[in-house]
Design a protein around this ligand. Structure first.
Ligand code: PBG
Length: 338
């Protein structure tokens, strides 16, 4: 006798009924770039459809995201001035902290306002930490000096009202350092999202344009080697032990095995970030007519959820939410109707 799994694929209604993974706007997070000093939103050429927001356009976009039921927004700042230690990150009047206050006021209780806690947007060398020179003249990203800056940055963000701090710098001990400074300064209730398994990826390419990054070189001494799966599990474990409330795998699509491992073992929620290059590849192929854009977007995000992500950061969040609000099945002709 033939085993016939096709029975459950026969009609749109049956396929919908047996679908194992479903998307919902509440588990989507929209990353947003906010640029200092711009009166209006500016396009990002390598990310068609994504912009560097002005404060006003950010507020409108947050209102729209809230209306669609999106779970949260993740804010990135694009400052006018940068320096070696990323002073703009800890300045209460720095763009990210100003944007955070405005975003929280706009969002109310409708969604969770989250902030990127990393120095790279604010440093003139573009690294995610403080750069030092060793006794032998070697220039390196100084882990422990960077932690001191992260602690100050965490306080500035929590003071600005950020409702979830996204620690994306990949310094060792960053979750513990930030947790302790928050606890010591009246922010025991501010949660931490640890970008635990973050790989040194070519897929961050368009992001560098989005935040006008000054980086030359790469981040291979602090972000992870794409070859390493076991090490991803180690980083997840460390962030959980240090007190992360949520952990992240990033990028998403090329790291679904790491994500599945994390989902199987983590006692806290596991999120994944569909990064700028993943977005750009889909947009570029669709613009050429090489793939069906909507199907590719839905398939990519469903696959990330299926692999185990409880929520997904994606630049497609708003569009996906709009599709999800629409009809889920083609409306069939009624039997007997003419
Ligand atoms: C670091 C950070 C990066 C991204 C998010 N946070 C860049 C990097 O690590 O090089 C990339 C996100 C994307 O590519 O969409 N602040």
């Amino acid at each position: 006798m033939i085993d016939r799994p096709r029975r459950l694929r026969a009609t749109p209604a049956m396929r919908r009924l047996v679908a194992e993974t479903r998307l919902h706007p509440a588990e989507l997070i929209l990353p947003m770039f906010v640029r200092e000093g711009t009166p209006e939103a500016l396009p990002i050429s390598s990310m068609p459809g994504v912009v560097q927001h002005s404060l006003d356009s950010m507020k409108r976009a947050i209102a729209e995201a809230a209306e669609l039921g999106i779970g949260g927004v993740m804010l990135f700042g694009v400052p006018e001035h940068k320096d070696a230690v990323g002073s703009g990150a800890t300045d209460p009047h720095g763009i990210l902290n100003v944007a955070t206050r405005a975003a929280v006021a706009e969002a109310g209780d409708a969604l969770v306002v989250q902030t990127d806690l990393c120095l790279d947007e604010f440093t003139d060398h573009g690294h995610c930490g403080v750069v030092s020179t060793s006794s032998t003249g070697e220039v390196y990203v100084d882990n422990d000096a960077s932690l001191l800056r992260y602690r100050d940055m965490a306080l500035a963000q929590a003071d600005a009202g950020s409702q979830l701090l996204g620690l994306s710098g990949m310094m060792d001990g960053q979750v513990a350092a930030v947790r302790s400074v928050l606890d010591e300064n009246g922010h025991a209730d501010t949660p931490i999202l640890g970008y635990a398994a973050k790989y040194a990826s070519a897929f961050y390419g368009p992001f560098r344009e989005a935040v006008a990054s000054s980086l030359t070189g790469d981040r291979k001494t602090y972000q992870m080697d794409p070859a390493n799966r076991r090490e991803g599990a180690r980083e997840i474990l460390l962030d959980v032990e240090e007190g992360a409330d949520i952990v992240m795998v990033k990028p998403a699509m090329s790291y679904l095995d790491v994500l599945a491992d994390a989902a199987a073992s983590s006692p806290v929620p596991v999120w994944a970030y569909q990064v700028s290059g993943e977005y750009a590849m889909i947009e570029a192929a669709a613009a050429n007519g090489w793939i069906d854009r909507r199907r590719a977007i839905e398939e990519s995000v469903v696959s990330i959820r299926r692999a185990g992500a409880d929520a997904v950061l994606t630049y497609f969040a708003v569009e996906l939410a709009r599709w999800l609000a629409g009809p889920t099945l083609p409306v069939p002709p009624r039997r007997g109707a003419v």
